[in-house]
Write a protein that binds this ligand. Structure first.
Ligand SMILES: Nc1nc2c(ncn2[C@@H]2O[C@H](COP(=O)(O)OP(=O)(O)O)[C@@H](O)[C@H]2O)c(=O)[nH]1
Ligand SMILES: [Mg+2]
Length: 263
C-alpha cells in the first residue's frame, strides 16, 4: 500500500497548515451512511488522527435502523469538527452527497472529499488527495490505473461488474477516466458550484459517473490517482440490481444531454 507519509510534515504530531505539500484551506470529508454503526466510529477516529488542519467531517445518515446516527452523536462531544445531517429514510447515495455538497458550499469549504464509511477507502490517502487537488479541480481515487486492479477481497463477479461499468462508461462517454464509479474523490468547491446540484438525477452509484461527466464536460481538470480499495469486513453492501440498471441507462442519458447541449 502506498504510504503518503512523505507528504506530511509533522510538528508535535500535528500537521501544520503551512505544509507546502498540503492544499491550504478548509476541507469537508462527507461520509454517507446507511447501517454503518459498526464502522463509523473507526473511520471517524482514523480521519481525525491524521490531524489535517481545517478538516471537518459531515456524516449524512438516512435514518439507519442500526442507529448509526446515535454512534455519531455520541462522538460529537469528543470531536468539535464532526457534523451530522439526518435524513428521514433511505433516499440513496447520490442525494446524500448532494445534501453534503450544499452544506459545503454554504459553509465555504475549499475542498470536498467523498469517502465511504466501511473502511474500503484508506483515510491515510487523504493527505495525498489534498496534495493533488492543488493542481486539479477533481481528484479521483482510482482502482484501475495500473495493469493490476487495486481491489482486495472483492468476489470476481463484483470486480467484473465494476471493471465492465468502467469500460462501458469510457466507450459511450469518451471520458478518459479509468475508474468512473470510484467513490473516493476530492472536489474543489468551484466544481460543485458550477454544477446544478438540483439537476443531479442518480440515486445510486451512477452518481459518481454523473458528477465526473458533468465536471469534465464543463472543462474542469480531472486527475486520477491510484488507491487500494479493500472490501468491507463488517456490514453489508447496498449494491442492488436497481442500482446497476440505473447506471446502464444514466450513461446514455448523459451522452444524449451532452449532444443536445442540455447538460
Ligand atoms: N446516506 C446514505 N448512504 C448510503 C446509501 N447507500 C449506500 N450508502 C453508503 O455509501 C457508502 C458506500 O456503500 P456500500 O454499500 O459500501 O457500497 P459498495 O462499497 O459499492 O458495496 C457506504 O458508506 C454506505 O453506508 C443511502 O441510500 N444513503
Ligand atoms: Mg463499500
Amino acid at each position: 500500500m502506498s504510504k503518503p507519509t512523505e507528504f506530511i510534515s509533522q510538528k508535535d504530531g500535528v500537521l501544520t497548515q503551512d505544509n507546502p505539500m498540503l492544499a491550504k484551506g478548509k476541507t469537508l470529508v462527507i461520509i454517507p451512511t446507511f447501517n454503518e454503526s459498526e464502522n463509523i466510529k473507526e473511520i471517524i477516529v482514523l480521519v481525525f488522527k491524521l490531524n489535517i488542519p481545517g478538516l471537518d467531517i459531515l456524516v449524512v445518515d438516512d435514518n439507519s435502523p442500526d442507529a448509526t446516527a446515535d454512534v455519531v452523536e455520541s462522538l460529537m462531544s469528543d470531536f468539535s469538527n464532526l457534523f451530522l445531517k439526518k435524513r428521514p429514510g433511505k433516499l440513496g447515495l447520490g442525494t446524500a452527497y448532494v445534501v453534503g455538497f450544499k452544506y459545503a458550499i454554504e459553509n465555504q469549504y475549499d475542498f470536498i472529499v467523498e469517502m465511504d464509511a466501511d473502511l474500503s477507502h484508506d483515510p491515510q490517502m487523504l493527505p495525498q488527495f489534498l496534495k493533488e487537488i492543488q493542481t486539479s479541480d477533481l481528484v479521483i481515487g482510482s482502482r484501475y490505473i495500473n495493469e493490476v486492479s487495486n481491489v482486495v477481497n472483492w468476489p470476481l463477479r463484483r470486480l467484473m461488474l465494476s471493471k465492465g461499468a468502467s469500460v462501458y462508461t469510457q466507450i459511450i462517454t469518451r471520458m478518459p477516466i479509468k475508474d468512473p464509479t470510484s467513490g473516493f474523490k476530492c472536489f474543489r468547491r468551484k466544481v460543485l458550484e458550477a454544477i446544478n446540484l438540483d439537476n443531479i438525477h442518480s440515486g445510486g452509484y451512477s452518481f459518481q459517473i454523473e458528477m465526473n461527466f458533468k465536471a469534465w464536460n464543463k472543462g474542469f481538470k480531472l486527475k486520477e490517482m491510484p488507491i487500494i480499495f479493500v472490501d468491507r469486513t463488517v456490514g453489508k453492501s447496498k449494491m442492488s440490481k436497481k442500482i446497476i440498471w440505473e447506471a446502464i441507462w444514466m450513461v446514455w442519458g448523459l451522452k444524449f444531454k451532452q449532444l443536445f447541449k442540455q447538460l
